[in-house]
Ligand binder design. Structure first.
Ligand code: GLU
Length: 507
């Protein structure tokens, strides 16, 4: 074994990259970075029925999107390749034969029914169900005979009864009593190895120094250790990461709406936010600091600061972190990221190098789109929200109920007076960049609000009497950006049209 740090993840391509696997990838990546080691991506596709090439693609794409890179893997050959288990069958075969020759493994011909009867009988006696070693005593001739007849069989590994101890870097000393395990199936045949066996062989062959993986694999570790011992392999160092728990502290699953990395990406979570959030799923810097980029994590991360108890998945925290990274973006970049969502919602479309509003066919300049996004930069938590928040900029007619124009105790007549007052103020402002801009509109409308309150005898500093009906008239929404920002973006003509429309709605 080299004394170089070599770590790996070994995802099975049976579905989209899950957040648990992505977190394992992140912790392995960080550990390798911190220790100038090598991070290997190995694809566990021995279960051919459940594996699919498209999921290998998904794993690669999503890890790259997160910014987690590897030095060896199915797409980057290295000296320990190939990196897909399905291409390593000759290696497994060699070791299965070795175990069979040394009588450390044996063929088992028991049928499902026999195994079930065995389990029932053991459970009736109150014993732990495990294989009773029936096929261990088959003679060489009998085995040969049965194999020639193509009788269905598997290959079992003889479990030595003993206490297995190992030191886990996160969980400390761990001890298992192997007599509870029973002889496990390590392969369906010489060319079809199963998980525990293939992993033990690959970790050895690839000179993996540390196995960092989810705690759900902890019960597999003693089996892998026994296989290593039987084959005279060295033992890697283990670190089992805490389970990711749902808010109700049960094991996180699809049922909790927790989805694949691809789904998070499509919902508009940023890779920086996913990285930051996943790092905190089990790792704790021991300070108040909560915001970490991938490169700062690579410096600060250590396995000693990984907690033992399960890490609770809190979507509100992810939203908070994502909002933070949305605010960190330049407006140009944020607009670029938001555009696909506006297109998907059929609000705008690309058109000869620019954009046009789908409903009206009008061209909309990139700077205008940037202003729209800027008005919302502080107000949204994930990119997919942008279409619903800003749709009114792209619509000809707004559809809203009269009631939402009302501020506090205003009557219909008061709303009308308010809209007329706004109309009067705005009509006097010139549609030129020096006058019709956010700052000037704000100043004029705030002064106007004060005058309006005095005129109507409203509480002096309650600006809602003027600004609320105006803002609703322009957006058609209960909540939106400020009326100044919206009016600035809409321009004078549309702004006045929308006020007229609102006046029709109240009367
Ligand atoms: N294929 C296993 C998984 O995706 C690998 C576990 C391991 O790291 O050994 O969970």
């Amino acid at each position: 074994m080299t004394n170089k740090i070599r770590v790996r993840i070994a995802p099975s391509p049976t579905g989209a990259l899950h957040i648990g696997t992505a977190r394992s990838a992140l912790f392995n990546y960080l550990f390798a970075k911190k220790n100038k080691g090598v991070f290997v991506l190995r694809i566990e596709d021995t279960d051919l029925e459940r594996s699919d090439l498209k999921w290998v693609q998904d794993i690669i794409e999503e890890l790259k999107w997160l910014g987690i890179g590897w030095q060896e893997g199915p797409d980057i050959d290295g000296k320990y390749g190939p990196y897909k288990q399905s291409q390593r069958l000759d290696i497994y075969e060699k070791y299965i034969k070795k175990l069979l020759n040394e009588k450390k493994a044996y063929y088992c011909f028991c049928s499902e029914d026999e195994l079930e009867a065995m389990r029932q009988e053991q459970m009736n006696r109150g014993a732990a169900p495990r294989y009773n070693g029936k096929c261990l005593s088959l003679s060489k001739e009998k085995i040969k005979n049965l194999l020639e007849k193509n009788s269905s069989s598997v290959i079992r590994f003889k479990i030595q009864n003993k206490k297995i101890k190992f030191t886990d870097l996160i969980r400390g000393e761990i001890e298992f009593d192997s007599s509870l395990i029973g002889d496990i199936v390590i392969a369906k045949d010489l060319n079809t190895p199963l998980y525990n066996f293939a992993v033990a062989v690959d970790d050895y062959e690839m000179e993996i120094s540390h196995v960092i993986r989810g705690e759900d694999h902890i019960s597999n570790t003693p089996k892998q250790i026994l296989i290593q011992e039987a084959l005279d392999f060295y033992q890697p160092i283990y670190a089992h990461l805490p389970l990711i728990l749902a808010p109700d502290r049960t094991k996180l699953s699809k049922r909790h709406n927790v989805v694949s990395i691809k789904d998070y990406r499509e919902q508009g979570y940023l890779p920086e936010a996913m990285i930051n959030f996943m790092a905190l799923l089990g790792w704790n810097p021991g300070t108040e600091k909560e915001m970490f980029t991938l490169s700062s994590l690579a410096k600060e991360f250590s396995l000693e600061k990984v907690q033992k108890p399960g890490a609770v998945f809190n979507i509100k925290k992810l939203d908070f972190i994502n909002g933070f990274y949305i605010r960190e973006k330049t407006i140009e970049r944020l607009t670029e990221l938001c555009l696909p969502y506006l297109i998907l919602a059929k609000l705008i479309e690309e058109y000869s190098g620019g954009y046009k509003i789908l409903e009206t066919g009008e061209e909309i300049l990139l700077v205008t789109l940037q202003k729209i996004i800027k008005a919302y930069q502080l107000r949204f938590k994930k990119l997919s929200e942008i279409a619903e928040l800003t749709d009114f900029f792209f619509k000809e007619k707004l559809d809203y109920k009269k009631e939402i124009l009302r501020w506090q105790e205003m009557g219909d007549k008061d709303i009308k007076d308010s809209l007329l007052a706004s109309e009067k103020i705005l009509s006097k402002i010139n549609q030129s960049a020096s006058e019709w801009n956010n700052k000037n509109l704000e100043e004029e409308l705030i002064n106007g609000a004060e005058r309006f309150n005095i005129e109507k005898g409203y509480q002096e500093n309650n600006r809602g009497f003027l600004l609320w009906p105006l803002r609703v008239a322009l957006s058609g929404k209960q909540a939106s950006a400020s009326p100044f920002e919206i009016a600035d973006i809409l321009g004078k003509e549309k702004t006045l049209q929308r006020i007229k429309k609102a006046l029709e709605i109240v009367s």
